[in-house]
Design a protein around this ligand. Structure first.
Ligand code: IPE
Ligand code: IPE
Ligand code: MG
Length: 242
């Protein structure tokens, strides 16, 4: 069964929600605080949402935490964001593990600073056998780059003579994406009102429902998540059928 067929067979519920956590800067600006204050409050929103997600029926929660384009930001902001990521994993890992959360990463996260890569790999390995919420953090992630990496892996097989160009299928490309083994997101939620994907999960969102809220990410909580999933439940999904 293909990934899309499996999600149809499963029924109407949202199993996998992917969130573009946006608006930290505007939240801080509105309060005349430095941007780091918005990012710090954003981490509290992550904690609230991770806690609420399994109670609302989600199996997979993918969070866009740092894009491959976010390196364009001033060095001090990038360093603040990396520091918060390190702090979050260091301080939340035991709680996540106790709650059965399985932590995973997508994107070119292995290109981050070696000590951070080490911490992330340890967190992933420690929680690998957990059967609760799958929490996937997109780090140094860009959808175009991910597809290019998958294309390179296919090209390597062609060059090695183990794969014919005409033999390449959608399943084969999908199996080489960072998200291999995960169901596609049923919905993508973006906070702060922007109406764009910003290079997030370009392949995987082929049939995802878009949910947009004006709420800025630092103000997001379990009730806002429940409201978004309620909106999702009223959508009619067709997958090209009628
Ligand atoms: C989202 O908030 C956090 C990241 C992109 C890491 P922003 O920092 O993009 O906040 P705005 O869009 O400037 O308000
Ligand atoms: C997308 O938000 C990236 C993350 C949430 C990590 P951005 O704030 O970077 O996106 P743009 O620049 O407004 O498109
Ligand atoms: Mg933004």
């Amino acid at each position: 069964m293909t990934a899309v067929a499996a999600s149809v067979a499963e029924g109407g519920g949202c199993r996998h929600l992917a969130i573009i956590m946006d608006g930290n800067g505007r939240w801080a600006q509105a309060k005349r605080l430095p941007r780091i204050a918005g990012h710090r409050e954003g981490v509290q929103a992550v904690r609230r949402v991770v806690e609420a997600a399994p109670t609302l029926g989600l199996d997979v929660l993918t969070l866009y935490a740092f894009s491959s384009e976010n390196w364009k930001r001033p060095a001090d902001e990038v360093s603040d964001l990396m520091g918060l990521l390190r702090h979050y994993v260091q301080h939340e890992l035991d709680t996540l593990h106790r709650n059965g959360v399985r932590l995973d990463f997508i994107g070119d996260w292995q290109a981050l600073k070696p000590d951070l890569v080490q911490l992330l790999a340890t967190a992933r390995d420690k929680t690998r056998s957990n059967s609760g919420l799958r929490l996937v953090m997109a780090l140094n992630y860009g959808g175009q780059g991910e597809i290019v990496r998958a294309a390179r892996a296919l090209a390597a097989d062609v060059a090695a003579g183990t794969l014919a160009p005409d033999g390449i299928t959608t399943d084969m490309l999908e199996a080489r994406l960072d998200t291999a083994g995960l169901p596609p997101p049923d919905a993508v939620l973006r906070t702060s009102g922007e109406l764009r994907l910003s290079n997030f999960l370009l392949w995987q969102t082929a049939y995802a429902e878009f949910l947009v809220t004006e709420t800025l990410w630092p103000d997001f909580d379990g009730a806002a998540l429940a409201a978004a999933l309620d909106e999702f439940s009223r959508r009619e999904r067709r997958f090209g059928g009628r």
